[in-house]
Design a protein around this ligand. Structure first.
Ligand SMILES: [Zn+2]
Ligand SMILES: [Zn+2]
Length: 137
């Protein structure tokens, strides 16, 4: 019961066991992460650029660690990725709190409009009637 996949990192075929990349690359990524962690132990105020310079890692890789929330968990306020909407610095995920909130409101608005203005006139009398009856038995 083994599924063969192409590793997106190195391109080798590997047996899929729930990991995105092959075992070798999982180990490599762990090593990369350890490198970043070690560096940040000495320099907790470092920025992404300083990390990439010091570790020789790809900036994308470091940003990925940030987005996964792995570096934020270590409490590093200067290590930020960019919000995909407005470019504001963020410490995890893909959106800043402001854009995340906006997106959430938009989604709520869409689902909320179902019961919104349009149907209200039709539904209100019935609802009020029920409420009245409940208040005055
Ligand atoms: Zn690989
Ligand atoms: Zn934003």
């Amino acid at each position: 019961m083994s599924e063969l996949r192409n590793c997106p990192r190195c391109g080798n075929l590997f047996t899929y066991r729930g990991k995105r990349v092959c075992e070798q690359c999982v180990a490599e990524e762990e090593k990369d992460f350890e490198k970043v962690k070690e560096f940040l132990k000495d320099k907790p105020g470092a920025t992404v650029l300083e990390v990439t310079n010091a570790t020789g890692l790809d900036q994308r890789k470091v940003l990925e660690f940030i987005r996964e929330g792995r570096l934020t968990a270590l409490g590093l306020p200067n290590l930020t990725a960019e919000c995909e909407q407005c470019g504001a610095p963020i410490t995890s995920g893909r959106l800043c709190p402001k854009c995340a909130e906006k997106l959430k409101r938009e989604i709520d608005g869409v689902s909320g409009s179902h019961h919104g203005r349009g149907g209200e006139k039709e539904y209100n009398p019935g609802k009020m009637h029920t409420a009245d009856r409940l208040k005055r038995p």
